[in-house]
Design a protein around this ligand. Sequence first.
Ligand code: TYM
Length: 374
Amino acid sequence: MPDEEEMIVTPWEVRGKVDYDKLIRQFGTQPITDQLLRKIQKHTGTLHPQLRRKLFFSHRDLDTILDLYEKGKKFVLYTGRGPSGRVHLGHLVPWIFTKYLQDKFNTRLYFQMTDDEKFVVEENLKLQETTKFAYDNALDLIALGFKPENTYIIFDVKDIALLYDIALEVAKRVTYSTTKAVFGFQDSTNIGWIFWPSVQAVPCFLHAKLTGENVPSLIPAAIDQDPYWRITRDIAPKLGYYKPAQIHCRFVPGLGKGGKMSASEPETSIFTTDTPEAIKKKVWSAFTGGKPTVQEQRKLGGDPDVCSVYQYFLYLFEESDEKLAQLVKECRAGEVVCGDCKAILTERVAKFLLEHQKKREKAKGTVEKFFIAR
Ligand code: TYM
């Protein structure tokens, strides 16, 4: 069973039951404390539900970024996508949060589409395919409301000339033994993959090259991407840059029992281009904390702690903390049963995705406006 497996969290693989406190210790990051939340709130006014609920739970140097900001030093945001297929709801979580930060702090975003990474890492993908997914996935980002004035999408293969000098500066300062220790590279790993982390480091430092302004970057992403920033942070001062800061989220689980939402398990993942029928089918097959019969559940109540449907309300589909707490209470008391929650979730996801799909269509004519080389 997946939750009995050993926990593995790398940029390319997440397995087993994820213990987030243990990850903070293992990766050497900092927890997001209430004190830090108050410091963020000073600038944002309100706290995004993903912060209030500690779904963004860990960071590196976020306090430093805020201290600098308070002294008048701006920062830029950086995040990205490895385009190996369709975008799912899990990917949207850090992007929605990035939009919130961008709106509140009025900052520029660099977004990296890593068609090169996915080509070297995925055995069966051709370069034309990953490049095609990169343009397709950009529609999802644009559909979330990012504006071209302050959003710059880097399509790695197309834009490599812009990135290459910084990638070389990074690569020269990182040894093979470091990458083996950080990423677990083997003798059989192809050398494209081994070079790759130096390309993912580049957007942390790109703003200075483009504008002459040396400002720190803040990277919102799930915790799986953290290993990259360890090497990037080590070499940043050697190159004369600020260490990039991070804010890490937990993984949106799939609709099955345990595990993160992952495109490699399409039956338990909801993609942004899914039809209402597909959404319904997946939500109605979801693993829940229910009892074998409705009668038993009415009597004994359900268990939201293990329920995948609950997680979707928590992450994306119930903004009100009061209503969420009420739902938990009613579930435990057997007053609402799994069918009720599945019906509500199906409707909310379908409504959200219908709107998203319309915006995605509209975005089709606008991708070029977001090109970093415009
Ligand atoms: P990728 O395509 O694997 O994932 C894109 C973003 O989505 C996050 N993510 C999730 N977040 C919550 N729940 C999930 N189930 C889930 N699955 C994925 C990832 O952490 C990521 O933030 N190498 C990167 C592309 C990249 C990048 C970056 C990502 C390049 N530069 C800077 C973040 C920041 C990749 O393959 O992401």
